[in-house]
Design a protein around this ligand. Structure first.
Ligand code: MG
Length: 248
């Protein structure tokens, strides 16, 4: 069952998403060479608390951080720690907020200082692929119309789509039905209805799509060691079109 949200639920989800977008904006402004991934994590926790909200990832299935901070070849679920961020890195920050029992989820990938042009293109294409996917999140479309539009665009740009991790429904839990893949044939899965809320999150690799999870049991990295980017928004499907909840 895919839960449909009421207008009142959407008001709460929008507030949750705005808090998250505001926190992300501040994190973006402090990202620079020399800070550690833990610095980002501690600041994100402080900023979320200041908004009287909770960090949705902390303790989720035992995840130790507030944010997932994934650097370069790390795709998702980077555990914040002593790793120092360097000029030329690309850093994915994935963050979830629980505001009064309503969840929002968002990720961005940011370049640090001067970054190679192929990495910048990867970031740009990943961001655009999210926008393209969101446009398909409309009443009357099938779920995999989103998936297919992302894959088609990304592969047309010469990059590859991660298969092992996918987006998801979201609302009164961080992860709800349905799964939202970033690849596949169009016209499959449930029809999209007014009141569905989806976290759409393409994870796109510069090289091959294959990935592996490292010894910490959490962090996924590319199998070929090339860099990866990740963008995510929490999006409501409504009769008047897709509404991005995780923006100011
Ligand atoms: Mg997510």
């Amino acid at each position: 069952m895919i839960p449909l949200k009421s207008p009142e639920d959407l008001v709460m989800l929008k507030r949750s998403g705005e808090i998250l977008a505001g926190v992300m904006e501040k994190l973006r402004s402090v990202l620079r060479p020399g800070i550690t991934t833990l610095d980002i994590d501690l600041l994100s926790e402080e900023l979320i608390r200041k908004e009287k909200a909770l960090a949705a990832f902390k303790g989720y299935h035992g995840f130790p951080g507030t944010a997932c901070v994934s650097v370069n070849e790390e795709i998702v679920h980077g555990i914040p720690g002593e790793r120092v961020i360097l000029e030329g890195d690309i850093v994915s920050i994935d963050l979830g907020v629980n505001y009064g029992g309503f969840f929002s989820d968002m990720a961005v990938t940011l370049p640090v200082g001067r970054v190679d042009s192929d990495k910048l293109k990867l970031i740009e294409v990943t961001k655009q692929s999210l926008d393209i996917g969101i446009k398909q999140a409309k009443v009357g479309n099938y779920l995999t119309d989103i998936s297919h539009s992302i894959q088609r665009f990304v592969e047309g740009q010469g990059f590859s789509v991660v298969r092992q991790f996918v987006g998801h429904g979201i609302g009164t839990a961080l992860h709800e039905e349905p799964e939202v893949p970033n690849f596949g044939r169009p016209g499959l899965g449930p029809l999209l209805k007014n009141g569905m809320v989806l976290a759409i999150e393409p994870m796109i690799n510069l090289g091959g799509w294959e990935c592996k999870v490292i010894e910490n049991g959490w962090t996924a990295v590319t199998a070929d060691g090339k860099v990866s980017a990740h963008f995510e928004h929490t999006v409501a499907v409504t009769d008047s079109g897709p509404v991005i909840l995780t923006q100011l």
